[in-house]
Design a protein around this ligand. Structure first.
Ligand code: FAD
Length: 660
């Protein structure tokens, strides 16, 4: 079969999207219904919980501080080597002209070469393959540091190592693949991760890039959108559909693809609201031969690889958010002390003071959460899928709020560009750039909406595994009856554990000193969260998965409780250090702020406008409220909202970039 004889492609044998491409014709969007899309996502889940999970227990109403306290000890040798590297990276970062990257929308070649010389492209690659073998903790610290020179550099290094070739190979690659590819990447070649397509965003079931089995490998055809590092990368992880056929189980599969293979064209470099230095591409594959030995794992495992990779890969994004928080705090502290209005430094006006306190406490709490997740990931004794997802979700949302508050604290200067400030003789503070750069974190590597659903799914897994068949319309009566018995036994044991707990004992958690009251609150709130989840399941049953407002709040409460737990553990661990007392104060403040947010979310669980909003959105889309849009120019009508891709060879000039 030639690649022009396209056939329908399957994400999963149960799913049959009809993405058929005739030569020269645009590819029709795959028609994948909601059930099929969910099946694909469900099949990609790690079904087992082989290790304990603090997050899972928290959502079940069990505060297991013993899983996170004491904090796992980092390996001393590794930490010493990392400290040396971080010192060199810090020196290097201070030589980088971040403003030039912003101005020229490009990370200069010499910066990339300097990073390669430092082995920054091999931070997460084992030493035996030429990398530095940094722990997750040190890797995140490195990203935070270099990202403070310009966030595009952090994004480049993170996309290269956290989702690009090194991480999936580390987890799923064979020895041969590791030996072949990892030394190249540790030496400075760049990698990228290509899942998204014009018609595939959050929903991978619609994937239409095809890898057709041929003699010795596969022929790859498709167009991938928004690949970070795509213009620079020489090695790509590409997700493609392998059609099911004799000898091929088919399904979405991950491949390592050499970007210099014939048929790969970098068609565009995309430009964005922020991260102007990002090297982000539209990449076309036309009849690209990929050898069979470049399949990562096996056919059909692609999405599972992507999801598992993200379990720890997700930590790099909140690292950048913590870095942003630290920077916002430094600016807020200095500026608000110096700027005098209405007879006082603006820091002394309560409205501004509250913003400063929010930035300080949130940065402390967020860093506590991130460091804890990194240490748990390095220690490998815990399942961190929920915790890593929570810190990604929370970090991206909180960093955005912190940057927004900083702009407000800076007043008009917050809205002015660094270049313009400098031209007037003022300090070149790029707060508006940081806000723009941070915005994407709420969208990529799992949008906030998708993270809510992902975490909610994991959080209710214990319920679904005992009672799933009761609410599954497809389950037979026999399965429902069996599930009924199983659920009865589970809930008879579990529900009574939610009524009383340690958090009601005024002397409990005394080891946290002045923070004990916060630990007690988390314990009580965790049981309340579990009770609310149970009520919601009993009330809505299978329809609960559609109650996204409710689920989002459940998850956000879980994030606040996890953050409070992490802050208490951090403050306790650092108590004897030089900043022990100051850390306690910030942990206390953070917990008070987080508790207020959690309480507001609890109140909104049952008292909200969710149903009205859902109905109103339907009416908006139906045009009932179109009259409200009158009075401004209409939005442009030219061009498709989503441009279909046309199979065949590229018709545009290749815009790839090589830095040496
Ligand atoms: C700067 C940048 C860099 C990127 N880098 C990469 C990369 O390196 N590799 C890569 O493969 N991709 C990359 N992406 C793509 C990115 O991961 C996607 O943008 C993201 O997955 C969201 O997909 P989408 O934009 O198509 O939004 P859509 O999926 O179209 O979603 C639109 C909106 O609907 C919401 N939504 C969608 N489905 C649901 C649902 N079931 N329930 C509730 N809400 C829902 C979304 O949250 C969002 O708010 C990048 C994108 C950008 C902009």
């Amino acid at each position: 079969m030639t690649t022009t004889d396209r056939i329908p492609v399957n994400a999963d044998p149960a799913v049959a999207p009809d993405a058929i491409a005739a030569p020269g014709e645009p590819v029709a969007p795959a028609s994948v219904d909601e059930r099929q899309a969910r099946q694909v996502a469900e099949a990609a889940r790690e079904a087992d919980w082989r290790k304990p999970s603090f997050g899972k227990e928290l959502f079940l109403g069990r505060l297991r501080m013993d899983l996170i306290d004491p904090l796992p000890e980092p390996d001393a040798d590794g930490a010493a080597r990392a400290a040396e590297f971080l010192a060199k990276l810090g020196d290097f970062a201070s030589t980088v002209d971040g403003a030039r990257i912003e101005r020229e929308a490009r990370i200069p070649d010499e910066v990339l070469a300097g990073l390669a010389d430092l082995k920054a492209f091999g931070m997460k690659i084992d030493e035996r393959y030429g990398g530095l073998g940094l722990s997750n903790l040190d890797y995140c610290r490195a990203l935070m540091l270099i990202g403070s020179a310009n966030p595009s550099i952090g994004a480049l290094l993170s996309a290269h190592q956290s989702i690009g070739v090194p991480q999936p190979l580390k987890l799923f690659g064979n020895d041969e693949q590791k030996q072949k590819f990892l030394p190249r990447l540790a030496g400075g070649e760049v990698s990228a991760f290509l899942l998204t397509e014009p018609d595939v965003g959050s929903d991978p079931a619609r994937l239409s890039t095809v890898a057709t089995p041929v003699d010795g490998g596969y022929r790859l055809d498709g167009v991938k959108l928004w690949a970070t590092n795509g213009t620079l990368a020489t090695l790509l992880v590409v997700m493609a559909q392998v059609p099911k056929s004799e000898g091929h189980r088919g399904g979405i599969t991950a491949f390592v693809v050499d970007a210099d293979s014939p048929g790969v064209t970098i068609e565009r470099r995309n430009a964005f609201l922020g991260l102007r230095g990002l090297e982000n591409s539209v990449t076309r594959f036309h009849d690209v031969f990929v050898p069979a030995e470049n399949v990562i794992g096996r056919e059909g495992l692609g999405l599972k690889i992507a999801l598992t990779t993200l379990n720890t890969g997700r930590l790099s994004l909140p690292a950048m958010c913590v870095g942003a928080g630290k920077w916002c705090l430094a600016v807020a502290r200095q500026w608000a002390a110096e700027r005098v209005q209405w007879g006082l430094p603006v820091a002394r006006h309560e409205a501004v003071a509250k913003k400063i306190a929010f930035i300080a406490a949130t940065t402390y709490g967020l860093e506590a959460m991130l460091d804890l997740c990194c240490l748990l990931a390095d220690d490998e004794r815990n399942d961190i899928r929920i915790e890593a997802a929570l810190v990604k979700l929370y970090g991206s949302e909180m960093a955005w709020l912190m940057a927004d508050e900083l702009i407000q604290i800076r007043g008009g200067r917050g809205y002015e560009t660094a270049e313009s400030l400098a031209a007037r003789g003022e300090r070149a503070i790029n707060a508006e750039q940081i806000l723009r750069d941070l915005r994407i974190n709420r969208i990529f590597e799992g949008s906030t909406e998708i993270m809510h659903l992902f975490i909610a799914r994991e959080a209710v897994d214990a319920h679904l595994s005992v009672a799933g068949d009761i609410i599954d319309p497809q389950a037979t009566l026999r399965r429902k009856a069996r599930a009924g018995a199983k659920a009865g036994a589970f809930y008879a044991r579990w529900l009574p554990t939610l009524t009383v707990g340690k958090g009601q004992n005024p002397a409990a958690f005394g080891e946290y000193g002045p923070l004990a009251a916060h630990a007690r609150y988390v314990e009580r709130a965790s049981r309340k969260l579990a009770r609310e989840t149970f009520y919601a399941m009993a009330r809505w049953q299978g329809k609960l998965e559609r109650k996204q407002g409710f689920l989002g709040r459940l998850v956000d409460i879980g994030a606040e409780l996890f953050a409070m737990s992490a802050a208490c553990v951090r403050a306790r661990a650092e108590l004897s250090g030089p900043d022990g007392a100051a850390g306690q104060e910030l942990a206390d403040l953070f917990c008070r702020q987080a508790r207020a947010r959690a309480e507001a979310l609890f109140a909104q669980l049952w008292d909200n406008t969710d149903a009205l909003d859902t109905r109103a959105a339907r009416r908006v889309v139906d045009g009932r409220y179109a009259f409200v849009e009158k009075g401004v120019l209409p939005v442009p009508e030219e061009g498709a909202w989503v441009a279909p891709w046309v199979p065949g060879p590229s018709t545009v000039e290749d815009v790839r970039r090589r830095y040496r």
